[in-house]
Design a protein around this ligand. Structure first.
Ligand SMILES: [Zn+2]
Length: 291
């Protein structure tokens, strides 16, 4: 074999080898001089390009956790006065436009989203492109639900589904099926519970979407301007209520983790508020402060 042939053959083998190893390691060792490590969920994660970082990373400061719907703790006062949101890829999330319950106060509890009546099994779609941040099941709350962080900085919560079709950290395109309509969790009929959040704080989805026409209320260029003054006009009372104390009466079979999940808080927080230990036995009828 000539020297040239050996050289060609070995370079082909080398190329093949580097391609397969790059694929199997998900380009972990890709020749990308811009690669760097970032602290994500308490671990140093190698990011070979900005695309590997969580969507809207500048807004959320690399915070990416599958543990809570709102892990950010951003008060309304510290929200930006206004932010443009790119809504050009908006897709209405389901077939029905029948609003059965509005955002706001309901039975002395805060309803952080809007309910859309539907048939069990109806396709639920991602309203914008993004990445699935949380998938969970709450028997007495959201039922089967998920949270998507969208590339445009919004997060949406979709709940009471019969099935979730995607998993955590999965990238989804706008309009991609992410679940099937259902009646799971605390729900009195098949519907989609739909929340829109920015920096963790929900706002009334009718500010963003005309549910009658299924169209996004963005400007002619496809951008929506979130303003603290208008978009969050009816959210101040909600946050005030959230910051005031509230109590739960223990029912049969409930423990601290069940109560924590129901009110979207943690066992640790419940223990602090009620001077309890994590393994404390609860009595039926006992009053537990959850915020
Ligand atoms: Zn609802």
């Amino acid at each position: 074999m000539s020297k040239l042939k050996i050289f060609l053959l070995s370079s082909i083998i080398l190329t093949l080898y580097s391609q397969t190893s790059a694929q199997s390691e998900e380009n972990f060792f890709a020749e990308d001089t811009a690669g760097f490590y970032l602290p994500i969920e308490g671990k140093m994660v190698y990011c070979d390009s900005l695309a590997r970082i969580c969507p809207a990373y500048e807004l959320y400061r690399y915070s990416w956790t599958p543990l809570r719907v709102n892990p950010y703790g951003v008060q309304l006062e510290s929200m930006p006065d206004s932010t443009y949101i790119d809504c050009r890829d908006f897709v209405y999330p389901t077939v029905s436009n029948r609003v059965t319950s509005n955002y706001g106060w309901r039975w002395r509890r805060i309803h952080q989203g809007i309910d859309i009546g539907l048939d069990i099994g109806d396709t639920i779609r991602a309203p914008f492109s993004g990445r699935v941040r949380l998938v969970d099941y709450e028997r007495r709350g959201y039922g089967h639900y998920l949270v998507i962080r969208h590339d445009n900085g919004l997060e949406t919560v979709m709940a009471h589904m019969s099935r979730v079709l995607v998993s955590v950290n999965q990238d989804v395109a706008a309009g991609e099926p992410i679940g099937l309509g259902g009646n799971t969790g605390h729900s009195t009929g098949p519907h989609l519970h739909f929340e829109v959040r920015f920096l963790g704080n929900s706002f009334n989805p009718i500010k963003l979407i005309n549910f009658e026409t299924k169209k996004c209320l963005a400007d002619a260029d496809g951008f929506y301007l979130i303003t603290k003054k208008d978009t969050y006009s009816n959210s101040k009372a909600i946050q005030q209520a959230q910051n005031s104390s509230a109590y739960h009466r223990v029912k049969k079979g409930e423990n601290l983790s069940i109560i924590a999940r129901r009110y979207h808080t943690t066992v640790k927080r419940l223990c602090q508020l009620n001077h309890l230990r994590q393994n404390s036995i609860l009595q039926i009828g006992q009053k537990i402060r959850y915020r």
